[in-house]
Design a protein around this ligand. Structure first.
Ligand SMILES: NC(=O)c1ccc[n+]([C@@H]2O[C@H](COP(=O)([O-])OP(=O)(O)OC[C@H]3O[C@@H](n4cnc5c(N)ncnc54)[C@H](O)[C@@H]3O)[C@@H](O)[C@H]2O)c1
Length: 369
């Protein structure tokens, strides 16, 4: 079992007051410890040390892996304070405790931060249902959706429905490695009704180099974060075909238009203004310029579509997961089920290229308005 930390923030001799304070303080657990999960833990841990309303310790659930040295990843994180596999060279903060036992990691927390690749979330929810606190609140940093027979299910809804708890989202122009070295960026929290809770999440994540604001539009924020990965795949094809900046900008504009149209068709409550927040146009730009989806799609196009995305992901990302290809497939299922394929030429063409039914050059042929 992972070690536990003593709190150091309260300095009072009255044990009763200590106990009372400890009882009202929030406890945070981060479920996930990949690249972004590790950076999120670092951000949060720097704040819980300074904010009296939170326990110092941030528990981070680690999907256990044995590294080539024979050591367990969770043990190395607790010994070195670094996630040597997913975020090498960055200290997470001594108050981050890696815990490979999922149930133990979530048991005492009233603030749960979910940040794993989206395909694992359904299984994770099944494992912890009924094993979390009744007053727990959640936030999802996960980009992606689940497609069910009844239609698409956003990850925040999956968490809310399966665990019976409220779930906000946090999305933005956030390439994890840049935030890890404390370069300035922004993010957006999306909330449904509870503004007070949204403010608490903002307080937990906000730092001098990570500026967070809240908007009342969970679906809009989450769909921006999810759909931009598909546009980034298209941008990567453009790069791989050396089509230049004008073409890439055109693809980004068409992609943004499809993101907005799809979000509003699915959830008429989605607000136009959300697309101008960090989760919208800013995330789209950073992902199309620098993210892993763009990078792998560029390699895919340079190889003329002859090397599969699975192969490229394994070779180029060393255990990190590509989201855009699976999201394009899920999106295609929704579009075809709804009879919307012709209204979303960029989204559908990306999927057809990914599965080899069209060549990479089709990205401009088929998406012209
Ligand atoms: N990395 C970024 O820059 C970034 C930025 C914003 C949002 N996100 C989003 O954050 C989410 C998490 O991404 P990440 O970058 O932290 O992860 P990652 O892709 O770096 O790492 C993959 C993670 O999945 C874990 N894993 C592997 N198999 C698993 C299994 N069967 N069950 C559970 N976990 C398993 C691995 O241990 C690892 O922690 C994704 O939805 C991603 O889109 C990432």
């Amino acid at each position: 079992m992972a070690p536990s930390l003593e709190d150091t923030t309260t300095d009072t001799s009255a044990a009763g007051v200590d106990d009372e304070l400890a009882a009202v303080k929030s406890r945070v657990t981060v479920v996930g410890s990949g690249n972004w999960g590790s950076v999120a833990s670092k951000l949060i841990a720097s704040n819980t040390l300074n904010l009296h309303s939170f326990h110092d310790e941030v528990r981070m659930w680690v999907f256990e892996e044995i590294l080539p040295t024979g050591e367990k990843l969770s043990e190395i994180i607790n010994r070195t304070n670094e996630n040597v596999k997913y975020l090498p060279g960055i200290k997470l903060g001594k108050n981050v405790v890696a815990d490979p036992d999922l149930e133990n990691a979530v048991r005492d927390a009233n603030m749960l931060v979910f940040v794993t690749p989206h395909q694992f979330m359904e299984g994770i929810c099944k494992r912890i249902v009924g094993k979390i606190r009744n007053d727990a609140e959640a936030i999802s940093l996960i980009k992606g959706m689940e497609v069910k027979k009844e239609g698409p299910c956003m990850i925040s809804s999956l968490i809310s429905d399966q665990l019976g708890i409220n779930c906000c989202v946090l999305m933005g122009a956030n390439i994890a490695n840049e935030i890890a070295v404390e370069k300035f960026s922004e993010a957006t929290v999306g909330y449904r009704k509870n503004k007070e809770m949204a403010d608490k999440w903002v307080q937990l994540f906000n730092t001098s180099y990570f500026m967070v604001s809240a908007v009342q539009d969970v679906e809009g924020v989450e769909l921006c974060g999810t759909l931009k990965n598909v546009v980034a795949i298209a941008a990567g094809f453009v790069d791989g075909l050396d089509m230049g900046n004008n073409t890439k900008a055109a693809i980004m504009r068409i992609g943004l238009r499809e993101m907005k149209a799809f979000s509003k068709l699915l959830f008429p409550s989605v607000k136009d203004t959300t697309f101008f927040e960090s989760c919208g146009v800013a995330d789209l730009i950073t992902t199309c310029l620098g993210g892993r989806n763009r990078k792998c799609a560029e390699a895919f196009a340079r190889n003329g579509g002859k090397r599969s995305f699975d192969e490229l992901e394994a070779e180029m990302l060393q255990g990190q997961k590509l989201q855009g290809v699976s999201t394009a497939k899920e999106l295609y299922e929704v579009l075809s089920h709804q009879g919307w394929l012709e209204r979303f030429p960029l989204f559908s063409t990306v999927h057809k290229i990914c599965i080899g039914h069209l060549p990479p050059a089709a990205i401009v042929e088929y998406t012209k308005p």
